[in-house]
Design a protein around this ligand. Structure first.
Ligand code: NAD
Length: 499
């Protein structure tokens, strides 16, 4: 069994707290590594060293910082298979999905290669007599990223790439369930030329997080995880005077109109509902067909597709559709929610509770489940299940489907499947959700746009990556400059004797 470390000042460093968390292999239920959980003192020491390293890094010209991102991007590509394997080994997702996790993070690194263009300031010529104004974007200093288990490569990359490109130092606190990818990314960044101390990976739990939130040198906190923790971190970071953007959970609805291509809608629902075992913040967990006929047709299309899904460990090869869920507790919670759906009167059309995999009896596998006739009062509708469970809520009309989506407390992503441009346009315009797909089930925007939910899916302002990230990780300084008339008026050019 491997003992993992922190990554401090350019090297792997053992923890000193004596506290560890087990890193499980979700496919077998075995402990595969232990990750050290940092004390407040260890966190504080990492912050102090980061603050010292940030001074020279912040003064390095933006193009040189961008060159580190260019080399980093090349190294990520070179190590793609190794990184995907690290992701899959601890998270359990399939290898193609592991590669997708790395790829969607890499795309943010690629935008950062052009970071200097995003960091350019503004200039007003002749804002008054002899007066010019200019504004510059300067790094904040030391910032922190606190990331969830479900994208061990992508979300750390969404945090570190823009923060470092802007000239900050970063304390990254990855999920204690999947910490290895972040440690490896830190090594690749060093190889790409990042000076030691500019990225410190501190592993830990609540103690390390609270130490980040209370450390007065830490200027900004970027968090991704569940809604209750997002709200807690946002509150504590803000009351300590920090910038905070905290992204939370989701319950994403996909509306299927009667005119939609039902095969395409069913394919989309199966991929977005069960991919990564439903452990994506942009997973579609609620299908909302409009009209009884649409609902019946959709169930008919979904069932054979769901029954064909292959569930297995990532080591079983590329034809596995999804893997185990992250922990035993997650597995039990998901099974408990399915039980509650049955008790509360939903129709369990496909039951994944009895699924077992020969040779992996101790793994955290849950078969795919489909519920029909779910209503908003049921726990399976109210809770973010974060498992391979799709709930169908039947709506009588488009307006009813829209209202259901809008009344939901979460607002991360949503989608509509329709052949009618006017309905699609109306939906995109009116719905109170941050990311909208039209005939597109998981509308994660490309890396030069931005990513962020509304309502209980995000606290704070500015989205992740894209132009917003360059705003979040810099502060604006504006200079108003007046130069009184100089030598061009009244200068003397003739040769004179000294007076
Ligand atoms: P989580 O909230 O349990 O953990 C996230 C991070 O917070 C981890 O680093 C963890 O160590 C830390 N943490 C956990 N409990 C804490 C506490 N009491 N005090 C301080 N820190 C604490 O989330 P998770 O289970 O790792 O991730 C799944 C959740 O993340 C889901 O709700 C999912 O929807 C959400 N998510 C959201 C987005 C988004 O962009 N909105 C993206 C991915 C995941």
């Amino acid at each position: 069994m491997e003992d993992l470390t922190h990554y401090i000042d350019g090297q792997r460093v053992k923890g000193t707290s004596g506290r560890f968390a087990d890193v499980m292999n979700p496919a077998t239920g075995e402990v595969q590594a232990r990750v050290p959980l940092a004390t407040t003192a260890e966190l504080n020491a990492a912050v102090e060293k980061a603050a010292a390293a940030q001074v020279a890094w912040g003064a390095t010209n933006p193009q040189r910082r961008a060159r580190v991102m260019m080399k980093f991007g090349a190294l990520i590509n070179e190590h793609m298979d190794e990184l995907a394997e690290l992701v899959s080994r601890e998270h359990g997702k399939t290898l193609p999905d592991g590669r997708g996790d790395v790829q969607r993070g890499l795309e943010v690194v690629e935008v950062c290669m052009g970071g200097p263009a995003m960091l350019k300031g503004e200039f007003t010529d002749n804002g008054g007599p002899g007066i010019d104004l200019y504004s510059m974007r300067q790094p904040l200093g030391v910032v922190a990223g606190i990331t969830p288990f479900n994208f061990p490569a992508m979300i750390p990359l969404w945090k570190m790439a823009p923060a470092l490109t802007c000239g900050n130092a970063m304390i990254l606190k990855p999920s204690e369930r999947c910490p290895s990818t972040a440690l490896r990314l830190a090594e690749l960044l060093k190889e790409a030329g990042l000076p030691d101390g500019v990225l410190q990976v501190v592993n830990g739990d609540k103690e390390a997080v609270d130490a980040i939130l209370d450390h007065e040198t830490v200027q900004a906190v970027g968090f991704v995880g569940s809604t209750p923790i997002a709200q807690y971190i946002y509150g504590r970071a803000c009351s300590n005077g920090k910038r905070a953007q905290c992204f939370g959970g989701a319950k994403n609805h996909m509306i299927v109109m009667p005119d939609a291509d039902m095969d395409k809608a069913a394919d989309a629902l199966v991929g977005a509902g069960y991919g990564a075992a439903g452990e994506r913040c942009m997973a579609v967990s609620v299908a909302v067909p409009v009209g009884e006929e649409t609902a019946d047709a959709l169930v008919e299309k979904l069932v054979p597709r769901i029954e064909k899904l292959k569930v297995g460990p990532y080591t079983a090869g590329e034809d596995v559709d999804y893997g185990p869920v992250i922990t035993k507790q997650a597995e039990e919670r998901i099974r408990g929610l399915i039980d509650s759906g049955v008790q509360q009167g939903a129709e369990l059309v496909v039951d994944g509770r009895d699924f077992t995999l020969q040779g992996y009896e101790n793994g955290y596998f849950v078969g795919p489940s489909l519920f029909d006739r779910v209503t908003p009062e049921m726990d399976i509708y109210k809770e973010e299940i974060f498992g391979p469970v799709l709930s169908q809520v039947r709506a009588g009309s488009y307006e009813e489907a829209l209202k259901l989506t809008m009344d939901n407390p979460y607002g991360n992503g949503t989608a509509i499947f329709t052949a009618d441009g006017d309905t699609a346009r109306d939906f995109a315009h009116r719905v109170n959700v941050g990311m909208v797909g039209i005939n597109f089930p998981i509308p994660v925007p490309l890396s030069y746009h931005t990513f962020g939910g509304w309502k209980k899916s995000a606290f704070g302002d500015l989205n992740q990556y894209g132009p917003d990230a360059f705003r979040f990780y810099t502060k604006t300084k504006t200079v108003t400059a007046r130069w009184f008339s100089g030598i061009k008026e009244g200068g003397e050019f003739n040769f004179k004797a000294m007076e």
